[in-house]
Design a protein around this ligand. Structure first.
Ligand SMILES: [Zn+2]
Length: 432
């Protein structure tokens, strides 16, 4: 009866009606797609585009997901205090699998996971039991762990990315501060920190930088096969245009000593003065001594210079004042941070130099205070300390990795290296 009706309908050749129904069907379909994706897709005009688009892919996935496949793929972003065990528990994986996997990763020391990274896994649901088929997570920037089910066991393997070293150049004009302008240029934070460190003796990033100053940095990046940056290497060249002068620094290694040098082969690391005071005599050196006031043996963690009260004390190197105040037994005390490694400190001053206070930048040789006998002191003298990475060291034995200016063979090698770097950065700038 029904078939007869259709035959009848076709015999009447009401094809226009047929197409009309089809058109309605497509309209409804389009409407549904819109609802699913919240995108406005016009099937009429963009059908080809639609077939190739992500929207179609989403629908495909949507359809496959609803095929009731026993396999489900998960992508989980690690939260603070997560462990592989906790993540699997959250997804109701069978206890057997959790225990097997957890003990295996502990045994192989592959338990490190980090908040914000992605853990991917496939679970197969079998008569109500959720079993792990495979599991994949990164343990550092270049290594990931892959766990695959093999019957009732798991095969665990570590995959290390093959990274390619790329030398890149990046530059920008400073609009607000170095950090934000460097981030804007796509420079990785650890490179920015290293950059600031290299220029630490030369530039005060809080005070010297003006809007419109420029910087350029040439450094190594390590990328995976998808071109994604996985790590950074060293800075090969760095340049700043600040205070109306340009300072370019080149990485150079000679006889296992690596450092940064300007175009004239001068090291960026400036020596600290051994004796930041004129007309003084060394009265007590660094080391064990009987303390003149306390009376017992104590490590003297500085060098004392006896000098008449009021003798000017100099900053032994350029840097920023981190303290200018009365401080413990030191009396009137000044400390200066020179770079990320070195701090110098000066004690027992009678008074501070003009304008010397916390946060002020001083240059080598500038008067920061005057000899006195404040604090725990038996007579006018300067107590001078050099602190390297937080540890007091003997200033008189201090060997800063200076070499000050490269000469002879080192200089010749440096010139060749510098020209190579210049050629390289010129071509990188062109191809940017
Ligand atoms: Zn002392």
């Amino acid at each position: 009866m029904y078939t007869a009706k259709i035959n009848n309908f076709l015999k009447k050749k009401k094809y226009p009606l047929y197409f009309f129904i089809l058109a309605i069907f497509f309209s409804v379909y389009a409407f549904t797609v819109n609802r699913i994706n919240s995108y406005n897709i016009s099937i009429k005009n963009n059908f080809d585009f639609f077939l190739r688009s992500n929207e179609f892919k989403n629908i495909k996935e949507f359809v496959f997901e609803n095929l009731n496949s026993p396999y489900k793929e998960y992508s989980y972003i690690v939260e603070n205090n997560d462990t592989i065990e906790k993540i699997l528990k959250k997804h109701n994986v069978t206890t057997d699998d959790i225990n097997n996997i957890a003990s295996a990763v502990v045994r192989k020391k592959l338990t490190n996971i980090f908040a914000g990274t992605e853990v991917k896994f496939v679970i197969k649901e079998e008569s109500g039991n959720k079993k792990i088929v495979n599991l994949f997570y990164p343990i550092n920037a270049i290594t990931s762990v892959e766990i695959k089910r093999n019957k009732n066991n798991f095969i665990i393997s570590e995959n290390t990315l093959k990274l390619e070293k790329k030398e890149i150049i990046s530059s920008n004009t400073i609009k607000n501060n170095l950090y934000s302008s460097a981030v804007e240029a796509g420079i990785e934070p650890n490179i920015i920190v290293e950059f600031a460190n290299i220029f630490g003796f030369e530039v005060d990033f809080q005070r010297d930088i003006r809007v419109g100053d420029k910087f350029e940095v040439h450094y190594e990046r390590f990328v995976d096969e998808n071109g994604i940056v996985k790590n950074t290497g060293k800075i090969i060249y760095a340049s700043m245009f600040v205070n109306n002068r340009e300072l370019s620094l080149y990485n150079f290694k000679f006889k296992n000593k690596e450092g940064y040098y300007d175009v004239d082969g001068k090291s960026v690391i400036k020596t600290l003065m051994k004796t930041p005071i004129n007309g003084a005599r060394l009265s007590s050196s660094f080391g064990m001594r009987k303390h003149p006031i306390l009376g017992f043996n104590k490590l003297h963690q500085g060098t004392d210079f006896a000098a008449p009260r009021g003798t000017p004390i100099m900053a032994s190197g350029s840097g920023v004042i981190t303290r200018a105040q009365k401080y413990k037994g030191y009396g009137n005390y000044v400390s200066i941070r020179h770079n990320s490694t070195y701090v110098t400190a000066y004690g027992h001053m009678s008074k501070f130099g003009r304008g010397i206070r916390k946060g002020v930048r001083v240059t080598q040789g500038q008067t920061i205070g005057y000899v006195g006998s404040t604090g725990m002191s038996t007579g006018p003298h300067l107590h001078y300390e050099v602190i390297s990475n937080g540890k007091r060291i003997n200033s008189q034995r201090l060997k800063l990795p200076t070499g000050k200016v490269l000469n002879n063979e080192a200089r010749n090698r440096f010139e060749i290296e510098r020209i190579k770097i210049d050629v390289k950065i010129a071509s990188l700038r062109k191809n940017k």
